[in-house]
Write a protein that binds this ligand. Structure first.
Ligand code: NIG
Ligand code: FE
Length: 403
């Protein structure tokens, strides 16, 4: 196996302390920045990280690539996206500016059901090609791991196809981009079904069984919200997923405090996502669990809603991640680094909380425990930026400094 050295970075943030603290109660210095630093690795693991002048003798003759003027962090992970969809919902954005709410638009046949039509009007190959372009754009910001949810087909055949498109994307992009395939046929209830229960019984649960047999799923997700899926639907899906040995995640408390965060922790979900309306009891449940609170500030901005109570979560010791939620309706923005830089002052996060939210904790939200920090023995997954100072990446928010 070839050993490589990336030599002389102006700064490497290892997040070693953040890793040892399991991503909770992080202090500004837990970023662990090393100046004039090098990293030695092979395809499988990191072999050494430290100040270049301390490079062990055994690596002196190894092929090295000069990185002065650049900075390095653990790989950026976008742990919540909906990349596979057809159609366009720009009109809904303008309707919201003119006073309509997301919920009103959805109840009038817009929202997810609008994207369902756009998605069903495209072939498998067309959807694959569009998603490929979107992934390339996301990767260009320095993102190396992307979770992708199905959920805009909303019938057995199209949802089956979309889970397979995500599987194809995984093979196309590996190893440069690591893709996590999340099954989310329980995204909205199509009009043909009289209830969420009926749709679960006829489409979601049988399809989950089928895809699990084909062994292509990494996670299962569901939109737990008024007019979408109930607590009973969540329980039936999560019990089935547990039996099939597939980890679960949940869209929780996005519009109302439906006690979704508490429900997610009961099933030891990898993450509970959104949490705009989560109350103190939800924060208490999260803090005592391994479930990551994945916050999606871009969605709050785009919908004009109040943001999640991030500071209360962080202070309580909840493990917090940030993701883009890139999707056609509630957040049509694919730039996670910009979203996180913009949100951190609103959330009142320190810089370690900010960076671990899109590296270490985001990896944990996908069950990836062997990345997110630059430590010997961990996976060699890192992101490199064209600046000699890590502070400058977030300071230049909206500007892409990824190499
Ligand atoms: O995460 N909340 C549910 N699903 C998406 C929005 C989907 C849409 O509007 O198309 C979300 O925000
Ligand atoms: Fe989402």
């Amino acid at each position: 196996m070839t050993t490589k050295i990336f030599k002389n970075f102006s700064e490497i943030a290892t997040l070693q302390t953040a890793h040892h603290k399991d991503g909770r109660r992080l202090l500004a210095d837990d970023l662990d920045i090393i100046k004039n630093a090098s990293i030695v690795f092979n395809n499988e693991e990191i072999l050494w990280v430290g100040e270049d002048r301390n490079l062990p003798e055994e690596y002196l003759d190894v092929m090295s690539i000069e990185m002065s003027g650049k900075s390095c962090l653990p790989e950026i992970v976008d742990c919540h996206t909906h990349v596979v969809f057809g159609g366009d919902r720009s009109k809904e954005y303008s309707m919201r500016l003119d006073g309509a709410t997301y919920e009103e638009i959805a109840n009038a046949g817009g929202g997810i059901l609008n994207s369902m039509k756009g998605t069903n009007s495209l072939s498998r190959n067309e959807l694959l090609k569009i998603a490929q372009q979107r992934i390339k754009a996301i990767k260009a910001y320095g993102v190396g791991t992307i979770e992708i949810k199905s959920g805009y087909g909303l019938n057995f055949e199209k949802e089956y196809e979309i889970s397979h498109i995500i599987h194809d994307l995984k093979n196309i992009f590996r190893p440069d981009v690591q893709i996590i395939n999340t099954f989310m046929a329980a995204h909205a209830v199509p009009k043909e079904y009289s209830s969420s229960y009926e749709y679960m019984k006829e489409v979601v649960l049988p399809l989950l069984d089928r895809l699990a047999e084909e062994n292509i799923l990494d996670c299962v997700d569901i939109f737990h919200e008024n007019n979408y899926f109930s607590e009973e639907d969540v329980i039936s899906l999560f019990e089935r997923a547990k039996r099939l040995n597939i980890p679960v995640k949940m869209h929780a408390d996005e519009f109302n405090d439906n006690k979704g965060a508490i429900l997610a922790t009961r099933f030891e979900a990898l993450s509970a996502d959104h949490l705009l309306a989560t109350g103190t009891d939800g924060i208490e449940a999260l803090k005592n669990s391994k479930t990551v609170a994945t916050l999606l500030p871009g969605t709050g901005f785009f919908l004009g809603k109040s943001q999640a109570n991030a500071r209360a979560m962080l202070d309580a010791g909840v493990k917090v991640a940030i993701a883009s939620d890139f999707n056609p309706g509630s957040c049509h923005c694919d730039n996670l680094v910009m979203i996180a830089s913009l949100a951190a002052p609103t959330y009142k996060m320190n810089r370690t909380e900010l960076w671990s939210a899109i590296t270490l904790n985001a990896a944990h939200a996908l069950g990836l425990r062997n990345q997110g920090a630059l430590i010997k023995g961990m996976k060699p997954r890192f992101s490199i930026f064209n600046t000699d100072s890590i502070d400058r990446i977030t300071y230049n928010w909206g500007k892409n400094l990824s190499i």
